[in-house]
Design a protein around this ligand. Sequence first.
Ligand SMILES: Nc1ncnc2c1ncn2[C@@H]1O[C@H](COP(=O)(O)OP(=O)(O)O)[C@@H](O)[C@H]1O
Ligand SMILES: [Mg+2]
Length: 243
Amino acid sequence: MAATDSHEKPVIAVRDLCKTYFMPGGMSQSVLKDVSFTVNSGEFVAIMGHSGSGKSTLMNILGCLDRPTSGVYELAGKNVSDKTDAELAIIRGREIGFVFQNFNLLMKRSIADNVSLPLIYQGIGEKDRYERAVQMLHKVQLQGYEDRLPTQISGGMQQRVAIARALINNPKIIFADEPTGNLDSKTSDEIMELFTDLNRQGITIVLVTHEDDVADYARRMIKIGDGRKVYDGLRADYEKDEA
Ligand SMILES: Nc1ncnc2c1ncn2[C@@H]1O[C@H](COP(=O)(O)OP(=O)(O)O)[C@@H](O)[C@H]1O
Ligand SMILES: [Mg+2]
């Protein structure tokens, strides 16, 4: 199946997406400019581009952490472009898992607490939360680490805890912004193998990276240059073009 086959219903559809940051004193910066693409269920997409090109801005919109200034974003067939913060939070909880470069763990809370944190907002009791955390930690090969603190495990393990946390609501999509940016290359490969496994299980993966080795795990690549989409196609074809 080609990366751009359209017989499936897209889980992500953005049309003419623009984002402008307005600064105090009347200054503004146009960061995303008319970005359009769709992502089908089950795809593995790498978003690439130089530092400052707008990748995180795009990811934050796709992950419902922020809203576009103009344009349309449809997530799982629903227009989410102008939802309120509270509505976006509910959509995030239902559809999306997010993985960050800095893991974003609570360093004074146990690994089980970190993983099950999203369940607190659903009113799920402590015992059930712990059991779900144990299940998720099993998926990332961290069984037995439930009661440790994040400070007692390696960076690669901390990122696996963050992935377990992202999985706890059975998301359809995982957004990962430079998830290997703080890891050595061997650990990066282990994390990317884990994302590949999750993708094989049917989870759509959208990953930001500026590292070629990391992008090679994705089938499709979208490249952003100065806020515009400058490439969208098979990752393998892009390498051939560049060679
Ligand atoms: N909250 C913000 N307010 C103002 N400017 C921002 C904000 N976030 C990002 N920017 C600016 O937008 C541009 C793109 O940033 P970003 O999306 O983080 O790029 P990337 O992730 O590709 O490095 C940069 O010039 C950055 O300074
Ligand atoms: Mg960034």
